[in-house]
Design a protein around this ligand. Sequence first.
Ligand code: NIG
Ligand code: FE
Length: 399
Amino acid sequence: MRLWRGGLLATLAGDSGWGLVDDGALLVDEGRLRWVGPAGELPPEATGAEVVELGGALVTPGFVDCHTHLVYGGSRANEFEQRLLGASYADIAKAGGGIRSTVAATRAASEAELLAGATRRARALMREGVTTLEVKSGYGLDAATEARMLRVARQLGGLGIDVRTTYLAAHALPPEFSDADEYIAAVCRWLPELHEQGLVDAVDAFCEHIAFSPAQTARVFDAAQRLGLPVKLHAEQLSDQGGAQLAAGYRALSCDHLEFLSPAGVQALGQAGTVAVLLPGAFYALRETQLPPIAALREAGVPIAIATDHNPGSSPTLSPLLMLNMACVLFRLTPEEALRGLTVNGARALGLHDRGRLVAGQRADFCIWDSAHPRELAACFGHNPLKERVWQGSHQGES
Ligand code: NIG
Ligand code: FE
């Protein structure tokens, strides 16, 4: 057993508030939090535990980055330049760039090359406190490359981070298909075998005028449901397609982006208990102006998560800390909502309820920061005060 003591704990224990414990302690046993509370009130079982002094440092739950496209080949910095010259994300996609350009580069990359790139990126996320990471496929768009991406994602688990994989073959129409319905049939056909190989934890789709319709999305969700797999959706990013209502009908874990979410969509998410995942990196990089309906989401009691949405096109960031800041500055989340978004609600967006708070029984995934208060994590940007990342109770000497 190991005892961390003498820190300011932001436990997020209740449904609101930071859950601060001053001069707090965490007792860890076999990768789990056995006890959390004031250091002056240690339970008898803490006697004899190996002690680590926190020296007044801030401790938060480990970050859960619940939406990334971390595995890919190539770069799309050229599109950044094109957008600066006036082209929109949709223009670039329609002209065959965007996702399809990353598909070409990903198909051309070997498994080892994909793993090397994804490993560098996962390490960068870990250096800012990520302990659980979701990774989507969706740059293969054929059975072999989708499988390769998912295998690479699984291998990232060896770095000392939990990885959840999401099948996103319904991301774009690949060049060898001209009929989107035929492609969706293939997407549904490939899924059982990938699932059989243990490569899929959830199923996602891109429901948008430049991608797939609600009816096509529903077919992918039906295929997921037949296998008992939970679903998520890229919904209402560029337009209101009613994707949120559709996803809520499937009790989706999350709907993501949501800038164009309608009042009916908000209600549907609230009733289904679906998490709204907000992605300020994509909003920022695409210079969007339509804000997700934060006040309505709050009012309907929809849990809000935030994530990096790391991908080479719309959100090439590897900084969860910057997302905390952007969620506050751009979306007007409170710093506490932003931190919950990157911890407990991020976990919920992955269907995980055993992490995201510092309370007894949860996994011992936490971050030790050189900060005086958790609000500093959101207020500051462009610097990383992480002192130590603890994953399953073990120090991770990431550098
Ligand atoms: O979450 N919106 C769709 N998918 C990604 C972008 C993928 C890409 O542009 O490569 C997103 O923003
Ligand atoms: Fe995405």
